[in-house]
Write a protein that binds this ligand. Sequence first.
Ligand SMILES: Cc1ncc(COP(=O)(O)O)c(C=O)c1O
Length: 440
Amino acid sequence: MSASLDTSHLWMPFTANRQFKEKPRLLTAASGMFYTSDDGRQILDGTAGLWCVNAGHAHPRITEAIQKQAAEMDYAPLFQMGHPKAFEAASALVNMAPTGLNRVFFCNDGSEGVDTALKMALGYHRARGDAGRTRLIGRERAYHGVGFGGIAVGGIAGNRKQFGATLAAVDHLRHPLDIKRNAFSRGLPEHGGELAEELEQRLLNLHDPSSVAAVIIEPLQGSAGVILPPKGYLERIRAICDKHGILLIFDEVITGLGRLGTAFGANYFGVLPDMIICAKALTNATVPMGAVIVKQSIHDAFMQAAPDNAIEFAHGYTYSGHPLAAAAALATLEVYREDGLFERANEMAPYFEQAAHRLHGLPHVKDIRNLGLVCGIELESMPDKPGSRAYNVFTKAFWDKGILIRVTADVIALSPPLIINQAEIDQLFDGIASILKTTA
Ligand SMILES: Cc1ncc(COP(=O)(O)O)c(C=O)c1O
């Protein structure tokens, strides 16, 4: 690190600040599958940044679109005004979304997407004269960003406990991770589909279905350590929501736009939610943008309930549909389509799976789980030091092997750009394997 860099003023997000600043890990450039570190090393990106750079870094067509837009029109409001690219980006997203979801609300990231979707759910029931539906149901170990709505329906204890009370009318399903029965599953786990029944038998029974507005679910839980839905689970949740008039929201901030080899997790699982939240890969992470894509009936309920000429949904952000983000989204979605990146992810997934499972049997490896281009490698925790073992692997990967991985507690989570090739997949897993062989 350059001796002149002062790291004291920046309070870093989701970072052990004091530990980081003792030996900073700095990235200064990026292209394709690789970052460049400040000491000039090439670092293989095993995590697509934070699950977001799906087309690889600095894709020339996306870069060019942003540069052009910045010179042409830097900003225009979307409150009572418009600009063509925001409308075009919404249409392009609808063209990629599962049939039936065709209205788009733009925000700036996943957390705002979650808050937007939860507010839409509450407002939707109220617009239909069903204002008693105020309860929201999330899941344990779910990550729905860091807004107050998101941490309320989210289920990661560490993200909630510093802040005391959040939203009141919230309850949680259990998470479906079951290593005892499903360890080393390839693809969707066999066991645990029956956990969906607790939505009806436990939570709806307890609260009464008529009080519940929405269930929010990540089709694949990423941030809490790659937790996959057991076979049949999502289908059953959908059926129970339908039976009781409850909206189903898929938080696809990670699974959206190619991660599973399909446009959305909803396509992969063949389960149609009422709303999809996406962000991250929507602009290939170049310019912050999030979106909530909803069924027309949800949108229309707002339109019909409001008096003529009134604002129908009292919600929005200064940067909703920002011109740079809209230009980036348009270029990104075109790249995904023209370069066939979702198909590519699908083709690489079996090789990725095999490479991942080669780590079975290495020291401390307790479970390996994978789907599409996502993999979680769970390690035995060190006694009294949860998270330390995976953190050690993370720092060795960066300093000794030149690979960027992500760890959450003692799970190594991998989610490379969709352009990864076989040699890079080998480099990624061989690097981790060699560290595991020597890590206490
Ligand atoms: C499923 C899910 N929802 C929401 C978020 C929050 O997104 P952001 O960090 O863009 O606010 C994330 C971020 O990782 C996520 O994985």
